[in-house]
Design a protein around this ligand. Structure first.
Ligand code: 2E4
Ligand code: SF4
Length: 315
């Protein structure tokens, strides 16, 4: 029997961003330079395949520094950033640490500190419990930052000093939801101050634009990414909101439930910022084994940004 036809639209940009690339390089270069073990606090990026690959090379992943024995080996902080107390604890234990926090997350940390210094109460738009949010809130004393997650939270917010507010955001939010939330804040608190647009990074924005471009063309969308990856989850939601009722977040080809793809003639594929391209290839190959596939790339932006490595690891 001949295979049914399937058109795959591949979103571009997709997959690794400059911050993820840098974070993974930091672990790899540290392993080369200092030898294993290299300790990493939290998944360096939210991808099991990446984490397992680094474990195989000698990286040891922990959630908190107190799980690490006294050591001269490097300790690396994940791309999502850490509360101030983490480098402080590392210093008090004389640990040698390397910070893989994405520079675009560090930029938000600095914004928060500047607002605080100028006396503003800060509203952070983000997702409760996410490590980036924990890290950003942890730049300042308890109570200095109020977290809101939704437009309902923005409507219900009762700040102590409504004329003395500043807002900041997580880097991986939905661009559209965030703009609605900011609109509500500005309407309720006309004196609120904040960044020009938001703190959502270029990679998040570009990946959402690209998935928007493919979603109307297809019967289903696959986002390659992990269930704990904020930016990947947002891509799945964007696809759904653009009218694609079958939008799936899948880690590996082995996670495909083939019954969900019955009757699908056009499929969109993208990948979160923490998902390696080999996993996209694996997904396409899985479809090639069952369908006669043609692939078309849909490119909505070119990315050239790259970040410097920490001084200790520069060639
Ligand atoms: C740091 C900041 O934040 P998210 O859950 O999307 O992280 P992930 O590891 O999936 O992606 C990389 C990253 C890291 C994104 N923003
Ligand atoms: Fe940095 Fe954006 Fe990538 Fe996050 S998604 S690591 S903020 S470039």
């Amino acid at each position: 029997m001949s295979k049914p036809d399937l058109k795959i639209y591949l979103a571009a940009p997709r997959g690794f961003c400059a911050g993820v690339d840098r974070a993974i390089q930091i672990v790899e270069l540290a392993l080369e330079k200092y030898g294993p073990p290299v300790y990493v606090r939290h998944e360096i990026v939210h991808n099991r395949f990446v984490v397992e690959g680094l474990k195989a090379k000698g990286a040891v992943f922990v959630e908190e520094l107190d799980e690490i024995p006294d050591t001269e080996q490097p300790v690396i902080f994940s791309a999502h950033g850490v509360p101030k107390k983490v480098p402080e604890a590392a210093e008090s234990r004389n640990m040698f640490y390397l910070d893989a926090t994405c520079p675009l997350v560090s930029k938000v940390h600095k914004e928060a500190q500047i607002h605080h210094k100028r006396g503003y109460d800060i509203v952070l738009i983000g997702h409760k419990g996410h490590p980036e949010v924990v890290g950003t809130m942890g730049q300042l004393p308890d109570g200095a930052v109020t977290l809101i997650e939704t437009i309902e939270d923005a409507r219900a917010l009762q700040p102590k000093n409504p004329d003395n507010l500043a807002w900041i955001t997580q880097t991986t939010l939905s661009v559209d939801d965030t703009s609605d939330i900011i609109g509500e804040l500005k309407q309720r608190f006309p004196n609120i101050t904040g960044p020009h647009k938001d703190d959502i990074c270029y990679a998040t924005t570009n990946r959402q634009d690209a998935v928007k471009a493919i979603s109307p063309k297809v019967d289903a969308v696959i986002v390659v990414g992990a269930p704990n990856s904020s930016n990947s989850k947002r891509l799945r939601e964007v696809a759904e909101r653009e009218g694609c009722s079958k939008a799936f977040l899948l880690q590996r080809a082995s996670d495909i439930d083939w019954t969900r793809f019955d009757g699908v003639e056009a499929l969109g594929i993208t990948a979160g910022a923490s998902a390696p391209e080999v996993l996209v290839e694996e997904m396409i190959e899985a479809f090639q084994s069952r369908y006669s596939v043609t692939v078309e790339a849909v490119t909505t932006a070119e990315e050239t940004i790259a970040f410097n490595l920490p001084r200790e690891l520069r060639a």
